[in-house]
Every structure is written in C-alpha cells, then in structure tokens.
Write a protein that binds this ligand. Sequence first.
Ligand SMILES: [Zn+2]
Ligand SMILES: [Zn+2]
Length: 242
Amino acid sequence: MGGKALPQAEYDARWVARVRARSEALPSGCIVWTGFKAHNGYGVTIYRGRHAIVHRKMYEIVHRVTLDRWIYVCHKCDTPACWNDEHVFLGTPAENQEDMQRKKRGKYQRATHCKHGHEFTPENTSVTRTGFRQCRTCARIKCRLANGWPRELAESLPPTPKGQRPVNIPIPKKEGRPRIVSRSNLGANEIRALLEKARISQCAAARQIGISERSMRRYVAGEFQMPQQAANALLAVCSQST
Ligand SMILES: [Zn+2]
Ligand SMILES: [Zn+2]
C-alpha cells in the first residue's frame, strides 16, 4: 500500500466499514466492538496510524466534530464497547462521574473506607482531576515515604504544615538515572553511508539495534547525535551484513 493518503471522507467511510465488520449487534440495540478492548472495556483500534477509542472516534466521524480531550463520550447503555450513536452522549468527566454515581456503577463508589482502612470522611477525601476519590491519609504517607521518612513516623505523625519535617529526618539524596548519555561521533552522513553499504533500511536497523524508528530518523536527519551504545550496536549490525 502506501502512496498518497486517502481523502478524509473516504478514509472515514472505510474505517466505519472496518469497525462494522468487527462488531456485533445485540438484542439491547448495542453495537459492540468485538476486537481489542482496553482494561476499562473501551474498544480500541487504529485510526490513521494511531490508537483510537472506537465509540469516541465514531462519534467524531458521525457528528463531524473534533472533541477536546476533556469532553467525554458517555454511554446511556453502560456498555463501554458499544458505539451505537443513539446510546452515547457528550459529557465532562464530572458529569460522567455523576452519571456513574446515579447508576451506582462505580467500582469504588460504595466503599466507605480506602483500601488501607481510612474512612472517606470529607476531611480525609480529595477528588482527583478525573473525578475519583482519593484518601488524603494514604497520599500523605506515600509522599512522606518518598521523602525518606521512616514508615512508623510517616504513618503515625499527624499532618504537618507544608514543607515542614521533623528535624531528625535527613533529606535523602535524589537518585535519578544519570542524565549524561555519552554520545558517539557517528554523524548523520556516516550513519547513512553505513546503512547504504550494508543495504539495511533505517527501520530495520532501528529494530535490530533496539531503538525506535523515530529516534533513528532523528539521528539520520542529524537532529541528534547517536548515543555510543546505539552506535556500537549499529556498527556491529552493519559489519555483520557486509
Ligand atoms: Zn449500547
Ligand atoms: Zn487511606
């Protein structure tokens, strides 16, 4: 295939036909995607080379709109993989959450305590940006542990003002991964010459040396210098095939 990209309308028509062929009509009226599903039950497929949520993309196509990422396509039928246009409606995350609450569908909605046994009182509950309840006590303990507090203190001490820590706890040294990557002296032209000589495509070489095709494109375009490790692997691959 390849060649010119299909015009939008034609691509959409083919995409809809492809989704229809992999879906099943239920007695309830739901039209359910039978292909791959995400952990939340939403149908997932490819649209123009990217992952797309089936019922969401279908909504965009049917209504000829582009949805902002904070607009949800909610289900009246509570069937996440259903893409029947009559079963979906637009909502914000808060509305979606409210809708779930009304239907008492939320997995954690009935819980009165967090999984570590702290009660969801108004003072101990915060709401995340996506509308889920969060136990403030657990969040505080997690934060303290990440900052080097001993577990007993992290769990027992009441909330302290922001940034304040008991004097006896030393501030841990941050151990990130080293920021410095040693760069090779393999330039864009050298990489291109190597690949040409070994008759390997950029993509194939990227796969063989374990880097992404995107990174490879950038090294070949001279946007970045190739890291030493990748360069060594590339030299090895190229010398093998010549
Ligand atoms: Zn449905
Ligand atoms: Zn908790």
